[in-house]
Design a protein around this ligand. Structure first.
Ligand code: SF4
Length: 403
């Protein structure tokens, strides 16, 4: 195997731009649509049949080539392998993808290059290969819980032992830039277990955490079980208690709650996701991947066989929409409110009427009830507001009048 570029060291915290002040940086997202088994709560696009993995690799390489001009030559500041389960790719397959990326794009020498990985894939040998043969410098590990009863209930492919072992192995292989996913609010997760999950990652000093509230998404096995009565619906009180504990414990350990589901040690924000939230352009490659060029959004078909046959014929199977002013305003409100900085008032004003007037009228009730606060430059959620973030944002959304 040949290195496509010199291994890139993780940025030290002092080198990292803050999410709000950073220049938006162009990003590349690659969707790897395969998983070993289907987690009951998951509504991402993936297949558990791995037979088409080699053909998918060819198609992704082909799409990269066909989309080479999408970012108009902008240097890539972030590369993100998501899915699905990108850690199912062998190292030599990742190297092929990196070679293609480097042929087609300029990549910043400080690029953040993230691979989503599941604990059962992260043997020490695999981690060392990733470190030695690819420029991956950040791992996003789908741990979800350190308790087997939760993992069985979620139908995860890994065990609690895998979850603990992969953290040690990642450190041993030299990966310092880790983010861990955890899920709270599951019926198998009493408060004491949630507290233990949080304690483990905080004591390990994992620099970045993504903690998601269990949600029952339409079309998932979990939604089916809840409808049949074989799984309990989400207990909102438990969820709120566990979220409150998360806020307290992360604050005590010096983490910033910089986005509603994301926590980071100072400066260790996800630069890839921060770019999404700041409206930067990005190219998404692979089935179901989304792209944004600053004006329009497009998304590839979420169907492996259709994606493969289109690419084999030299076509990219996507749909596109040009965002209306109302959609741009609503996206700004949604993403801004979810961050710890909130929505910048000057940028709300820049949307003009009817949006700015509507925002200012609607926000008043939330300022009075104490779920929003005005910092002078921004409108942001208070701690009480964080529990109601989606509801508040949707009340601030502009609805186009019926024709
Ligand atoms: S491993 Fe991730 S993408 Fe795959 S089914 Fe589970 S949650 Fe979904």
């Amino acid at each position: 195997m040949r290195l496509p570029c010199p291994p890139i060291q993780p940025l030290m915290p002092s080198q990292q731009p803050t999410a709000e002040n950073q220049q938006p940086t162009a990003g590349l997202y690659l969707h790897i649509p395969f998983c070993k088994q289907a987690c009951h709560y998951c509504n991402f696009h993936f297949s558990t049949t791995l037979r088409n993995k080699p053909a998918m690799l060819e198609a992704i390489l082909r799409e990269l080539e066909l989309q080479r001009d999408y970012l108009s030559g902008a240097e890539l500041g972030t590369i993100y392998f998501g899915g699905g389960t990108p850690s199912l790719l062998e190292t030599r397959e990742l190297v092929q993808i990196f070679e293609q990326i480097h042929v087609l794009h300029r990549v910043s020498p400080h690029a953040e290059i993230t691979l989503e990985a599941n604990p059962d894939d992260l043997s020490l040998e695999k981690l060392r290969d990733l470190r030695d043969y690819t420029p991956v410098n950040r791992l996003s590990i789908g741990i979800q819980s350190f308790f087997d009863e939760d993992l069985r209930w979620m139908n995860r492919a890994h065990t609690a032992a895998h979850a603990r072992r992969c953290l040690q192995a990642s450190a041993a292989a030299g990966f310092q830039d880790l983010t861990v996913d955890l899920i709270y609010g599951a019926p198998t997760t009493p408060d004491a277990h949630w507290a233990e999950n949080v304690r483990i990652v905080l004591e390990e000093g994992i620099p970045h955490l993504s903690c998601y509230c269990l949600t029952v998404e339409e079309g998932t096995a979990l939604a089916h079980f809840v409808r049949k009565g074989t799984a309990a619906p989400v207990d909102e009180e438990r969820t709120a208690r566990q979220f409150e504990h998360l806020l307290d414990a992360t604050a005590t350990h010096g983490y910033e709650h910089y986005e509603i589901s994301n926590f980071a040690l100072p400066g260790r924000y996800s630069r890839h996701n921060s770019s999404y939230w700041s409206g930067a352009q990005y190219l998404g490659v692979g089935p179901s991947a989304h792209s944004f060029d600053g004006q329009s959004r497009q998304w590839n078909v979420a169907h492996n066989a259709r994606y493969l046959s289109a690419l084999q014929a030299g076509n990219i199977p996507f749909e596109r929409e040009v965002l209306t002013p109302a959609q741009r305003y609503n996206e700004f409100v949604m993403t801004g409110l979810r961050t710890m900085w909130g929505c910048e008032i000057a940028r709300i004003e820049a949307f003009g009427e009817p949006f700015s007037g509507y925002f200012h009228r609607e926000k008043t009730q939330f300022l009075q009830s104490g779920v929003l606060e005005n910092t002078g430059t921004h409108i942001r959620l208070t701690r009480a507001g964080k529990l109601l973030a989606d509801r508040i944002a949707s009340d601030l959304f502009w609805a186009e009048p019926e024709p």
